[in-house]
Design a protein around this ligand. Structure first.
Ligand SMILES: O=C([O-])CC(=O)C(=O)O
Ligand SMILES: [Mg+2]
Length: 288
């Protein structure tokens, strides 16, 4: 299986004793940069998928096909293991199963299935959760969709900031009992909340966004947190850079006067230019 070693790397992080930050990746360029900088894994957030593919906010407009296509591009461009935010699994539990099958084929190293009611219900401004029973069905369906046993499946809940920490613990225990590989939490606000989760569960923990008080990697590792997200700054940095460059050009700047552009060396590295040159020499009969 071509993707197995990526998945095993993610598994070794989950079963290790430290906590790592993933690089936020969303396309072929960003994943190669994250790989070159030595990030151990990439995180492909649903919000950045929506932004990169559609230019839209994170409101479940993106389709599974579009998400997988972007994942496939990243899988081709790099061997960095990627954890994919598969949102609610794009429908009910049967859709979750299909989502796992498609993301596995697209080369994801792991994926999260969350118990948020998506897309937002008519007339509701606040985020809602599906029932615990439906969440359990989704986790079971996710596991049944996996054909490579090394693919990592994580149960995710945002209950801590939607209902209560007690509900988050209840859900985490129920998802853990289905046989998922790890638990992913959003909305954890304090050490006391994290410690309540750590005490009540046994699986590796992933934190999606956390306050300052929860940023020390040693402390997080001591609480069985193995991956801690740091948001998605790279795509916002890229947005600003494209904005500033287009603005300067629109205002009459000469291309040579532009600031903040990637050097030829960096661009060449991201394009894996040396490999292409060597390959061209071999198969196109060109001189290097
Ligand atoms: O998983 C993450 O990276 C956080 C999240 O839900 C998103 O960005 O869509
Ligand atoms: Mg998301």
């Amino acid at each position: 299986m071509a993707f197995r070693s990526r998945r095993e790397k993610l598994r070794s992080i989950l079963s290790g004793g430290t906590c790592v930050h993933p690089g936020s990746v969303y396309d072929a360029i960003s994943i190669r940069i994250a790989e070159d900088l030595g990030f151990p894994i990439g995180m492909f957030g649903g919000s950045v998928a929506s932004l990169a593919v559609l230019g839209d906010p994170d409101i479940t407009l993106i389709t599974l096909t579009e998400l997988c296509e972007q994942m496939r591009r990243m899988s081709r461009a790099s061997t960095l293991p990627v954890l994919v935010d598969a949102d609610h699994g794009y429908g009910n539990a049967l859709n979750v199963r299909r989502t796992v099958q498609e993301l596995e084929t697209a080369g994801a190293a792991g994926l999260t299935i969350e118990d948020t009611l998506l897309p937002a219900a008519f007339g509701e401004t606040k985020t809602q959760l599906i029932s615990l029973e439906e969440g359990v069905g989704k986790m079971k369906a996710a596991l049944s969709g996996r054909s490579d046993p090394s693919l990592v499946i994580m149960g995710r809940t945002g209950a801590a900031s939607i209902t209560s920490i007690e509900d988050a613990v209840r859900r985490a225990k129920a998802y853990e009992a289905t046989g998922v590989d790890a638990l992913f939490f959003t909305g954890i606000k304090s050490r006391a909340e994290l410690e309540a989760i750590t005490a009540a569960t046994r699986l590796p923990i992933v934190l999606g966004g956390a306050p300052e008080d929860l940023s020390a990697l040693d402390y997080l590792a001591s609480q069985r947190v193995r991956i801690a997200l740091q948001g998605h700054a790279p795509i916002t940095a890229a947005t600003q850079a494209v904005h500033d460059t287009l603005k300067a050009l629109r205002e009459g700047a000469s291309p040579k006067a532009l600031k903040g552009l990637a050097s030829a060396e960096l661009t060449g590295r991201v394009m894996r230019e040396a490999e292409t040159k060597a390959r061209s020499a071999d198969v196109l009969g060109l001189k290097t």
